[in-house]
Write a protein that binds this ligand. Sequence first.
Ligand code: PLP
Length: 332
Amino acid sequence: MAPVMLDANENSLGSVGPGDFSRYPDPHQRAIKADLAKLKGVSADNIFLGNGSDEAIDLLVRLTCTPGQDRIVVCPPTYGMYEVAANLNDVRVERLPLTPDFQLPADAAERLAQSTAKLVFLCSPNNPTGNLLAPAAIETILRSFKGLVVVDEAYADFAEAPSWTTRLAEFPRLVVLQTFSKAWGLAGLRLGVAYAAPALIAYLNKIKPPYNISAATQQLALAALADASQLPEMQAELLRGRAMLAQQLPTLPIVEHVFPSDANFLLVRFNVDATHVYDQLRARGIVVRNRTSQPGCAGCLRLTVGTAAENARLLQALTGIGAEQTIEKAAN
Ligand SMILES: Cc1ncc(COP(=O)(O)O)c(C=O)c1O
């Protein structure tokens, strides 16, 4: 006989609305972890699941840093949430800027060896620049830095490089972040993953809200894992779109440079006012990300690869904006 569950003040009659969500979800998310462990070749106790990888970023800062006292390191230009999480937790931010070609500086490991920061975030492929960080540089940091080394692989499904999850056994202070928001196309579900040594995962599990992954998210993520046949097709199509844009964008007169990308977006430098290009794209119903104020990204917009039709519309709009600029220049 099924047990009578009268312990959690749920509604035994069922749910209002479609579906039955009357019971609290599994706080340990065992089913998803079992499937992910198989898929990634790790053990279930190497896996932490967060309400997006943004939750894992916040919890990692809170786990390692004492507010008002400790610091984290970020390598700008990079993903903004690392700094947001630090600010929210009253944790100071040390900056180790990337080189002009968006790699870690040659003395990064040396500088980090001197640092008393508790955590460094290395984003590879990096957002907003799109490139992978050289693995040798990450490895020397893993050997020299005394804090946690978080390698954020949100965009790894678009890159050729092997995941750092394959090196977990070697580096007890390594944390690898991945997400279902990008290649898996499940940004709305909010499901992110941190892979690390079991001892570290156990700490994350202790400080997380008990039911941080909803039953709806768990069900839908499990269904995606059970039939992931669309994943390689979508990856391939997005990579074709990226290659097409990387080829076509440099032919536009207003484009100065398209940075090489291992992600599902391209960082593009314009030889005209990039904020004007951004505004003009918006006026044509196309929303991209303005990165002009990020260090090393002057004149740059970040363009996400879309569907074939969206990519074509983007190119057409940029061509139109370029033509207008030429007419304006001629008139002045
Ligand atoms: C580098 C990087 N890490 C993490 C995230 C957040 O992902 P999630 O949707 O899993 O919170 C993003 C989202 O844009 C990202 O670019």
